[in-house]
Design a protein. Structure first.
Length: 444
């Protein structure tokens, strides 16, 4: 069995573990007294993550950039909303199931026309169809409610408990199942065929692959899961508006994929979390600079991390001809370089957003940042020195290290972006130091 096949066989256990760990998260948040804002924010991250992974099936795995993916988000939301509102007594599950089916049917019809074109023309045609869907929803007052949208859509009372805990669990189960299905799709022969088309559609056609047909299949699958995400948005608001199908939603999910990494499966989820967290940090007090800050961040990511955040973490500069000792040396050297990148990112995020939230206390912010830089930097130097000596306790200390800054930041109630940076930092540490060859090199 190949390593890739072994990973696929274990994937259902990993998704099950994620479900078990996250399922009781609302109770933990309530017990800590953080309020339902956190639960609602996490639910939004899940939905946007599902939408981003579905979109990335087109861009990252098939090489088709769509500016009209929001059309299927809106179709899914309106389908579920219209059925539940206009058909009295319709089972909730049936209305929810109709959303991805309607979005898939729309993707089939639109996709037959769009896949005839390539590159820029394909992208612009998807944008045109998205605007058609938007204006139908915006102008058809007697059916869609027009610019007023559909309001007061009946959903089960158990979904909206006072803390949003049930809603989060509902979204969590559906999102994880959907992402797992997409994971199986991209790691199946169908997914490998899509990647072959992405790399060179002409060569794929020469070896007998029906390129247009596979592109249409990918278009339909992405549309179906986007429609499901739209239905989840509708359930949260108990309403649906034309803005759900507006083209800006497509550009937003495009940014999520680029920020997280278009050539990684979980990268779009990371990008969705980053954008949602930055949105929560900025728009609350400074909505006027949100677009300016987002544009600046995108420029930094494109120039500094062209592979996205998760792509930056996963990229390893190793060659297949290296002997084990050389490969480990390269891995550890690369890990130390990325370790310092995350250290600087955490300092920058926490100081910048703290300064935005309390500009009058800028002196305290500068002093606190300097203290964190000196104290944290000295601790990091000592930890990395222990790792270079290949000592077992050095590796264990580094694996436990993220708990210290994470605990301090949660205790001080620092901005969410700093906490998210620490979580990504921890992911980088575990990705590099957990493999068996590193454990063996460090004497376990």
């Amino acid at each position: 069995m190949t390593p890739d096949a072994a990973r696929r066989d274990q994937s259902h256990w990993l998704f099950g573990l994620a479900l078990g760990l996250l399922f009781w998260l609302p109770e933990v948040i309530v017990a800590l007294g953080w309020g339902k804002f956190w639960i609602a924010l996490l639910a939004d991250m899940l939905i946007w993550g599902l939408f981003a992974v579905a979109f990335n099936l087109l861009m990252g795995y098939t090489g088709m950039i769509s500016f009209g993916q929001s059309a299927y988000l809106g179709i899914g939301g309106y389908t579920a909303g219209l059925l539940l509102k206009k058909i009295s007594g319709l089972p909730f599950a049936l209305g929810l199931l109709a959303a991805p089916l309607a979005a898939a049917l729309a993707a089939l019809i639109i996709g037959v026309l769009c896949i005839r074109l390539t590159h820029t023309y394909f992208a612009m045609l998807t944008l045109a169809f998205s605007m058609i869907v938007y204006y139908i929803a915006f102008k058809w007052y007697s059916f869609t409610g027009g610019d007023n949208g559909l309001i007061g859509i009946p959903v089960p009372s158990w979904v909206h408990d006072p803390t949003f805990g049930n809603y989060f669990k509902f979204v969590l189960v559906i999102t994880l199942v959907s992402v797992y299905l997409l994971w199986r799709i991209v790691h199946s022969p169908f997914g490998k065929t899509l990647m072959a088309i992405r790399e060179n559609p002409h060569r794929a056609g020469f070896v007998g692959i029906p390129v247009k047909r596979y592109q249409l299949y990918a278009f339909i699958v992405a549309g179906a899961f986007s429609g499901l995400a739209g239905a989840l948005f509708m359930i949260n608001e108990r309403s649906v508006y034309p803005e759900l199908a507006f083209w800006t939603r497509s550009t937003q999910v495009l940014l999520m994929s680029i920020l997280g990494g278009v050539y990684t499966f979980f990268g779009p989820i990371v990008g969705a979390c980053v954008l949602q967290v930055m949105d929560a940090d900025i728009t609350k007090d400074y909505p006027g600079i949100w677009q300016l800050f987002l544009g600046s961040m995108l420029v930094l990511i494109l120039y500094g991390l062209p592979g996205g955040i998760l792509g930056f973490i996963q990229t390893r500069d190793t060659a297949s001809t290296d002997d084990p000792a050389t490969r480990i040396d390269k891995t550890l050297a690369e890990f130390q370089r990325k370790f310092w990148y995350f250290f600087v990112a955490v300092l920058w995020c926490t100081s910048f957003f703290r300064l935005l939230q309390a500009p009058a206390a800028w002196r305290f912010t500068v002093l606190l940042t300097a203290a964190q830089a000196v104290g944290g930097g000295a601790l990091c130097v000592w930890l990395l020195r222990q790792l270079r000596r290949r000592t077992p306790h050095g590796r264990r200390l580094l694996l436990a290290f993220p708990l210290l800054p994470l605990g301090l930041h949660m205790q001080w109630h620092t901005p969410l972006s700093g906490v998210l940076s620490i979580v990504l930092w921890a992911g980088c540490i575990y990705y590099y130091l957990w493999p068996a060859e590193i454990r063996q090199a460090c004497g376990r």
